[in-house]
Design a protein around this ligand. Structure first.
Ligand SMILES: [Zn+2]
Ligand SMILES: [Zn+2]
Length: 278
């Protein structure tokens, strides 16, 4: 049998070779991240705000704005289409999700879980080719409208690199080398300390960069708690009367300081324990 995507002879009895399946899995992992980041920066959204250092996304009716919305609408609909095709062919229930970013993430996860099954369907080749196109399109768009935080010079070619909040990797646009975001942490934090965002976005960005933080949900809760206790500065919008409205937002710099302070306490506790034990 030949791979429906790349034409290579397959020995796995499926219509997609291992490499093409891995390609699809990679696309399904990255697509929702790009999608969510772009959706967050869509104008008119609560909490949408360009990251410091990035170009301003929205200034009235600009073409750029339309490009982001159009791409998200189109690619979101395509993902729904593929998920429905899978549901039809395999009798799977699709979840009802609120919000296009959550929906896209959920559907990509389902598609990824059924990749082996998809690899036996006649649309598998077109599926991989289109996913790959979508990923390229969203990545290009992301780099264009939201280059993210400056992450320092590329280790290979010394061009400036940028990290997108929520991504665990940094890709050099000049030479294509990919490195871990955590290896750029100090540089990123210099620039990103002033980023004000809702706890979930902050938690996503921190978990992507900081090895010791593993759970977005847990960190999200901790940030909210710090905010309630006013251990970190709280930012909210004010309405015409000066009353605070809208969701609470916090500074990335404050969150990093809290994490560092907690880490310090933990290390000291460990040291005390050791001293007592010995
Ligand atoms: Zn292949
Ligand atoms: Zn480079």
């Amino acid at each position: 049998m030949n791979c429906l995507h790349c034409g290579t002879t397959t020995s796995n009895g499926l219509a997609l070779c291992e490499l093409s399946q891995m390609k699809a899995a990679g696309c399904l992992e990255y697509l929702p991240v790009y999608f969510r980041n772009l959706a967050r920066w869509r104008p008119g959204r609560a909490g949408s705000r360009p990251v410091p250092g990035s170009r301003v996304l929205y200034d009235g009716e600009t073409r750029k704005t339309d490009r982001v919305s159009a791409a998200l609408d189109e690619i979101g609909a395509k993902i729904v289409g593929w998920a429905m095709a899978l549901a039809d062919d395999r009798g799977i229930e699709l979840p009802d999700m609120d919000g296009e970013a959550d929906q896209t993430a959920a559907l990509c996860r389902i598609l990824a879980e059924h990749l082996t099954s998809i690899a036996t369907l006649e649309w598998a080749g077109t599926f991989v080719a289109e996913l790959s196109e979508h990923e390229d399109a969203l990545r290009a768009l992301t780099e264009d409208v939201a280059p993210g935080w400056y992450a320092g010079g590329c280790g290979q070619c010394n061009s400036g690199t940028y990290v997108i909040p929520g991504l665990t990797w940094v890709k050099c646009n000049a030479c294509g080398v990919v490195t871990y975001a955590r290896d750029h942490l100090d540089t990123i934090l210099d620039e990103a300390r002033d980023w004000v965002a809702r706890p979930k976005a902050l938690a996503e960005a921190v978990v992507a960069m900081v090895d010791t933080e593993q759970s977005v949900i847990r960190l999200h809760k901790r940030i909210s708690k710090w905010g309630e206790r006013e251990q970190i500065s709280v930012f909210r919008r004010a309405d015409g009367d000066g009353d605070e409205i809208g969701p609470k937002r916090f500074l990335l710099g404050d969150v990093m300081d809290m994490l560092r302070a907690e880490g310090q306490t933990r290390t000291n506790d460990d040291a005390t324990d050791t001293a007592v034990a010995s």
